[in-house]
Design a binder for this molecule. Structure first.
Ligand code: NAD
Ligand code: DAU
Length: 357
């Protein structure tokens, strides 16, 4: 039977994937309460949620997932029956220059959420309960030229970011094995789409091309990533939350591998025509730079378990998704300008007057 949550706690809902998930979930589940707990780091942007900020099904709490009393209070007061846990430090490059916050948020934060969820679930305050950990294919490490990550691939994280996510995934497993907490764990490949912070490859390329800035390509540009539209990720999460058996792990991906340099060339060419530039003009901005230390060579996801068990498949073709994404950035230059100038950080104060709602 399908699990039908009535009150969902989304952590990190002001970030890229969390905000896309909230839009998609609220549209598909009228009447289900969604509480967004986010402490608004540099990556948290409430402007991502302006379209639903007055929706009666939605509310925002500014707070940190490591704050156990706050988490306990939200779980109890709002009779939360599902936690969808996105909140994290998510950028590999930042984890190389400053790993501590990755351990604090991604490992300790997940443990706090699990522990408070365990107490809440064991108190019998709600009938059904699910804890869904949103994770990444990066926990599996790096592939050679062939093969795919399956859910049985051993964890072999290579960056401080992926190690912190792997640590969190193991805690999720431990809370299921030790306490029986009904947990779920998804591991997705690289996402792209609206509201993507322009430190990550695709939005960085779009932003720099528009502004005629250099396009930094790490190493030889032959590293491979497997790209999925963020809205497809959102629908997969909803399917797993509602239909997967507690304790299970699902890979999420769209079978869409690209070498970085091919993505860079594609985005350059699509923007040549949109910006009225000569064919090939944007490629002149490409600049090969020093490689990322420990740069994983290739990711490729086998998502057949998700397809076979739960019937999920992506709706976007890459051709459609990347074209729409480029158009979204061109149509939302104000959003980009506010992110790059830092103005987006003042929005919370103006909108919420300094207090949590
Ligand atoms: P993001 O960096 O865009 O957003 C993270 C959000 O978490 C922000 O809103 C931030 O303010 C919030 N946050 C950070 N620390 C917090 C804390 N201590 N308490 C409360 N909120 C906090 O990240 P994203 O790209 O949207 O990724 C979301 C999740 O999905 C992460 O767990 C990431 O590991 C996972 N993931 C991302 C990708 C991808 O391609 N971006 C792919 C697979 C999995
Ligand atoms: O695979 C899922 C992961 O995808 C998520 O878990 C992470 O949160 C998310 O950030 C993403 O990690 P990557 O490191 O793959 O994404 P990023 O956009 O940083 O880089 C994509 C590829 O492009 C990677 O091989 C590094 C390269 N790159 C990146 C940047 C920012 C460049 O060549 N130049 C750049 O300027």
């Amino acid at each position: 039977m399908k699990f039908a949550p009535a009150s969902v706690l989304v952590t990190g809902g002001a970030g890229f994937i969390g905000s896309n998930f909230i839009h998609s979930f609220i549209a598909a589940n009228p009447g289900c309460q969604v509480t967004n707990l986010d402490c608004l780091t540099y990556a948290g942007n409430l402007k991502n949620l302006t379209a639903i900020e007055n929706n009666p099904d939605y509310s925002f709490v500014k707070g940190d997932i490591t704050d156990a009393p706050l988490v306990a209070q939200i779980l109890a007061d709002r009779r939360i029956d599902a936690v969808v846990h996105f909140a994290a430090e998510s950028h590999v490059d930042r984890s190389i220059t400053g790993p501590e916050i990755f351990v604090r948020t991604n490992v300790l934060g997940t443990q706090v959420l699990l522990e408070e969820s365990r107490k809440h679930w064991q108190s019998g305050a709600v009938e059904g309960f699910r804890f869904l950990q949103i994770s990444t294919d990066e926990v599996y490490g790096s592939l050679g030229d062939t093969g795919f990550f399956t859910e049985e691939t051993p964890l072999a994280a290579n960056s401080p970011y992926s190690a912190s996510k792997a640590g969190a995934d193991l805690l999720v497993r431990a809370y299921h094995e030790t306490f029986g907490l009904p947990t779920l764990n998804t591991r997705c490949s690289n996402n792209y789409g609206p509201y993507h912070f322009p430190e990550k490859l695709i939005p960085l390329l779009i932003h720099n091309i528009i502004n005629n800035k250099a396009l930094p390509v790490y190493g030889d540009g032959l590293n491979v990533r497997d790209w999925l539209h963020v809205r497809d990720h959102a629908t997969a999460i909803e399917v797993v939350l509602k239909t997967a058996v507690p304790g299970s792990v699902y890979n999420i991906g769209g079978n869409n591998e690209w070498k970085n340099i091919d993505i860079v060339n594609l985005v350059c060419d699509l923007l040549d025509s949109r910006l009225g530039r000569e064919s090939g003009e944007n490629r002149r901005l490409i600049s090969f730079v020093k490689d990322r230390p420990g740069h994983d060579r290739r990711y490729a996801i086998d998502a057949s378990r998700l397809k076979n068990d739960l019937g999920w498949e992506p709706a976007y073709t890459f051709e459609q998704g990347i074209a729409e994404t480029i158009d979204w950035y061109l149509d939302n230059q104000e959003w980009v300008a506010e992110v790059t100038s830092g103005a987006y950080r003042e929005y919370y104060q103006k909108q919420y007057g300094g207090g949590a709602r």
